[in-house]
Design a protein around this ligand. Structure first.
Ligand code: NAD
Ligand code: 0WE
Length: 255
């Protein structure tokens, strides 16, 4: 039981296909006590029953595009918990129009929204979580994608947002490291979730990945959850500012 007695806030469960949900289930299996956040009423309807199935009734609103809602989230969390061992950030959003066509056509508003919700939100959440995390030498984990490093068709402004997110992980690491708090990212291979539904060419991508990746298969929720438990538990005590690839080895290939 690697997470016995540990308290983890999970931001980014939308449904039972969410990467954050795979992570939540595994953390629960390892003994963690969980809290969840949701951005709006329609997602609350899905998250609340999922949370309750893991014995969690701490299910709180937070659209990460709003500083006031992030303040309110941690004000409420602080009423229930005197410390935090883990924060999981599994949130990304860009306007659908930006995830097709030429990157050069990215609008100012599209760029601002994608970077705000997908990258700045990690900084904003981590700053509010810092006092709670410091009291227990906790860990922060975010989810990223290979599109931060290399150019992939249609990922467009999300690639820039993920590059900013990964760099934010590195810049946060020394800020929090003095208190023994670690910050890492997990770079997952393509997976079928709400966020990848309806992306043109996504099915082709999954096929390509399963054929080409050194492990000759796609990434699963269990793959991601195992590494997430490692990065949130004392097993990874010496690891911070790192981006760990969980992609069947796809990223190492040159051709
Ligand atoms: P998902 O749709 O289940 O999760 C995305 C979450 O972001 C949702 O829960 C949604 O409610 C939340 N969100 C969006 N805007 C928000 C806002 N303003 N405030 C609060 N929450 C907001 O999809 P997923 O694939 O599980 O994505 C989770 C993370 O994993 C994302 O960061 C994504 O970039 C990353 N990722 C996904 C894949 C993939 O192929 N699915 C691969 C690598 C990394
Ligand atoms: O990070 C992601 C998903 C990001 C995402 C997806 C959507 C779809 C619906 C952000 N915002 C939105 N907005 C919507 O309206 N992934 C890593 C999954 C993903 O998305 C892609 C991919 C992959 C892989 C988009 C284009 C190309 C590849």
């Amino acid at each position: 039981m690697l997470m016995q007695g540990k308290r983890v806030l999970i931001c980014g469960v939308a449904n039972d296909h969410s990467i954050a949900w795979s992570i939540a289930q595994r953390l629960h299996a390892e003994g963690a006590e969980l809290a969840f956040s949701y951005p709006n009423d329609s997602i609350e309807k899905r998250v609340r029953p999922l949370a309750e199935s893991l014995g969690s009734s701490l299910v709180l609103p937070c659209d990460v595009g709003s500083d006031a809602e992030i303040d309110a989230l941690f004000a409420e969390l602080g009423e229930h918990w005197d410390g935090l061992d883990g924060l999981v950030h599994s949130i990304a959003f860009a306007s659908r129009d930006e995830l097709k066509g030429r990157f050069i056509d990215t609008t100012r508003d599209g760029f601002r929204l994608a970077l705000d919700v997908s990258a700045y939100s990690l900084v904003a959440l981590t700053r509010r979580a810092e006092p709670l995390l410091a009291s227990r030498r906790g860990a922060v984990l975010t989810l990223t994608y290979f599109g931060a490093e290399k150019v992939l068709p249609n990922y467009n402004v999300m690639g820039i947002a993920k590059a900013a997110l990964e760099s934010s992980v590195r810049y946060l690491a020394p800020d929090l490291g003095a208190a023994g708090v670690r910050v890492n990212a997990l770079s997952a291979g393509p997976m079928r979730t709400l966020s990848s539904a309806g992306i043109s060419g996504f099915k082709t991508m999954l096929h390509h990945h399963a054929e080409r990746a050194p492990l000759r298969r796609n990434t699963t929720g269990d793959d991601v959850a195992g590494t997430a438990v490692y990065l949130l538990s004392d097993l990874s005590g010496g690891v911070t500012g790192e981006v760990v690839h969980v992609d069947g080895g796809y990223n190492i290939l040159g051709m």
